[in-house]
Design a protein. Structure first.
Lengths: 228, 228
DNA sequence: ACATATTTTTAGATTTGTCTAAATTTTTAT
DNA sequence: ATAAAAATTTAGACAAATCTAAAAATATGT
């Protein structure tokens, strides 16, 4: 049987960033992502997105239907997973090996994710002992593009009272992450929801021995995993 | 006293590559490097070099005299040293931490040297315990731009008989490095020159207990340091 | 259904970095 | 010193990625 020729198509940094954004907006196969949504996410103009959509469609990385939207092809999804893998592995590297804090890593990883060397990223993976999650709790695709999605729910959606282990953040802004540091809320911590304030949906929670009151905005940006 | 405002000017990858090349061709201050020399080194056209020379002169990174040549300004030298520092530190990282061979690192370092994060490269420096030399024996500039040049001479220039420790390579091509590996010639090895063949300037040398015959082409690409 | 609002695309311009071909300057050789 | 050769610059073009303004298509509301 003939080994499938994997054409290593060279992508520019801009092309890679579009592919990644489309993936994150849910463009994996099924749904069509709108030009406007992509433009907003990438802080660029819709007309630029249209131009790039044509270019990526040419390269068979996206399906593009004029006036309808954009989705990733199989090759596009593979590409996206490869970039996301690199991004998240570099984030782990920065935290575990270079003592970066979890609010510092994203910006640098945005650059490192574009380094072209399969050997490099595979060695980084091995050096880190094949981590499954990045510092924000997001899953790291494997070399083969396998992508395990852990079941998790927002802290705001927990039954009351009940508890779960903090496994991720939805908002990954430095501001939010620093807030969590200041309040000693970290991945791995067990969080018990004690009460919900009907007036503003704020929660009274318990972490270890500490009891604290957190706003709904915090609760809707923290992921927990229940024992169930 | 007012602290000098160090304007972090953003340079593109192309601009950085030009600066680095000019440095390597000897454009640190004194001599003017020709358009043609830069073009040849960078595998581009002289007219492209002229265009870039104007741009870099605008940014005060090079002195450019029409029809005369190009040299680096103080700021240009500082920039060059910063890029070379990154390149060489990444090469050490790849060899020491990721088990790359010395013939594999250059290509990847060419990409990594453009990552913009002072914290990143300083942490890499610390992780490696502040190495002074890269895998090819080339000195690594410090964070402050200090650049110690070790005195060394080509193996071909050694008196006969005499000996020295192998401290570097002039040719860093994968072909040459692999040849050295195959013949078990590595940095740190003591090499004794026993005889020079007048016919072709080849050398009979001794490394440990091994005696071997090497061509003049090899001898003019190996640096040694004598006890003197 | 049809007018209005919104979204998306097109047309044309701009910046960066490159090229080729032609013009200009400098160097070399007689 | 002057002609020929070599090096360098200029002029004009192109691809990539972006933008603005205008046109076209789609969606929305009554
Ligand atoms: Mn990130
Ligand atoms: Mn992350
Ligand atoms: Mn190198
Ligand atoms: Mn090197």
């Amino acid at each position: 049987m003939a080994a499938r020729q994997l054409t290593i198509i060279f992508l520019t940094r801009a092309e890679e960033n579009y592919i990644k954004t489309i993936f994150h907006l849910g463009g994996n196969k099924s749904q069509l992502i709108s030009t406007n949504a992509i433009a907003e996410q990438m802080e660029t103009k819709p007309s630029s997105v249209t131009d790039m959509a044509k270019k990526l469609a040419e390269k068979k990385l996206v399906n593009y239907i004029r006036y309808q939207g954009i989705s990733l092809t199989g090759a596009g999804i593979k590409t996206a997973l490869s970039i996301i893998r690199k991004h998240r592995l570099w984030e782990v590297f920065l935290v575990k090996k270079l003592d970066f804090t979890w609010d510092e890593v994203h910006e640098v990883a945005e650059q490192l994710e574009h380094i072209k060397s399969e050997k490099l990223i595979d060695r980084i993976d091995a050096l880190l002992d094949y981590p499954k999650y990045d510092p924000h709790g997001d899953p790291i695709p494997t070399k083969n593009g396998e992508f395990l999605v852990r079941d998790k729910q927002l802290l705001s959606e927990l039954a009351i009272p009940s508890s779960g282990v903090c496994v991720g953040v939805k908002d990954t802004s430095a501001a939010f992450l620093k807030f969590l540091d200041k309040n000693q809320i970290a991945l791995g911590h067990e969080i018990t929801v004690m009460e919900k304030e009907v007036f503003d949906d704020s929660l009274k929670i318990k972490i270890g021995e500490r009891v604290l009151q957190i706003s709904n905005q915090i609760a809707t940006n923290l992921y927990v995993k229940t024992e169930s």
